[in-house]
Design a protein around this ligand. Structure first.
Ligand code: PEP
Ligand code: MN
Length: 263
């Protein structure tokens, strides 16, 4: 079902009125994790003022170490909802367990499946039984075929509202956190009709590389971007090194307006 052979037209996925895969670039921005109500509301206001069209923030965090901050969980979802009420920006946040599907369907506009859960088939199948838009991140070392087959797990249950997200893959290179696979964007757009979002933040791992990679993503045809923004990156509870400050994010949005159609 993700295959372009059976669906020649590009799919347009509507997320609370924001259309992914249409003519406009959608920009999802916000912190790695939801920390406090003030933090997430303030960042949501900043990214909205800069032109972001959706906001993000992790409430359930898939951390490498079990001793790292795991997210505010349900309280984080409540904080996100309040930030949405304050700004009108739709919410993008990650789900980790099939048990949370009902709550996410109720509260979240675009449900993110993280790289570490790309092949959590039970989770994918449960999400496939809903009609919520799903942002499916590419696995840490997943091939394009595996990634598209993960989309198929959601779609084969009936939910065709899948947006793919390239966020960098593991290679031998250690300078960057991951290697942004720029070639994956034209590849999946040829193989599939699904929209593709690029996350330069988790690919780079360094804030100063986010801007050039975001521009590269737009140049190769990305339908959207996912960018981590924090109002105090040095004090961020997670992924501060790759987070843009709001003013740098605003500058990036200004640059993107020269090469992409935003809002
Ligand atoms: C995230 O978006 O904060 C995240 C954990 O991303 P990924 O699953 O791509 O590592
Ligand atoms: Mn992160």
């Amino acid at each position: 079902r993700a295959n372009r052979m059976f669906h020649p037209e590009d799919s347009i996925i509507d997320v609370a009125g924001r259309k992914f895969g249409g003519k406009k670039l959608q920009v999802i921005a916000g912190p790695c994790s939801v920390e406090t109500q003030e933090q997430v509301t303030e960042i949501a206001k900043d990214v909205k003022a800069a032109g972001a069209t959706l906001m993000r923030g992790g409430a359930f965090k898939p951390r490498t170490s079990p001793y790292s901050f795991q997210g505010l969980k349900e309280k984080g979802l409540d904080f996100l909802k309040n930030a949405r009420a304050a700004t009108g920006l739709p919410i993008v946040t990650e789900i980790m367990s099939p048990y949370m599907v009902e709550r996410f369907v109720e509260d979240v506009d675009l449900i993110q499946v993280g790289a570490r859960n790309m092949q959590n088939f039970d989770l994918l199948k449960e999400l496939g039984k809903t009609n919520k838009p799903i942002l499916l991140k590419r696995g840490l070392a997943a091939t394009i075929e595996e990634w598209l087959m993960a989309a198929e797990y959601i779609m084969s249950e009936g939910n065709e509202n899948v947006i793919l997200c390239e966020r960098g893959i593991r290679t031998f290179e250690t300078y960057t956190r991951n290697t942004l696979d720029v070639s994956a964007i034209p590849a999946v757009k040829r193989l599939s009709h699904l929209p593709v979002v690029v996350d330069p933040s988790h690919a780079a791992g360094m804030w100063w590389m986010v801007e050039p990679l975001a521009k590269a993503a737009v140049a190769v045809g990305a339908d959207g971007l996912l960018i981590e923004v924090h109002n105090d990156p040095e004090a961020a509870w997670c992924d501060g090194a790759q987070s843009l400050k709001p003013d740098r994010f605003a500058k990036l949005m200004g640059d993107l307006r020269g090469i992409a159609n935003i809002v």
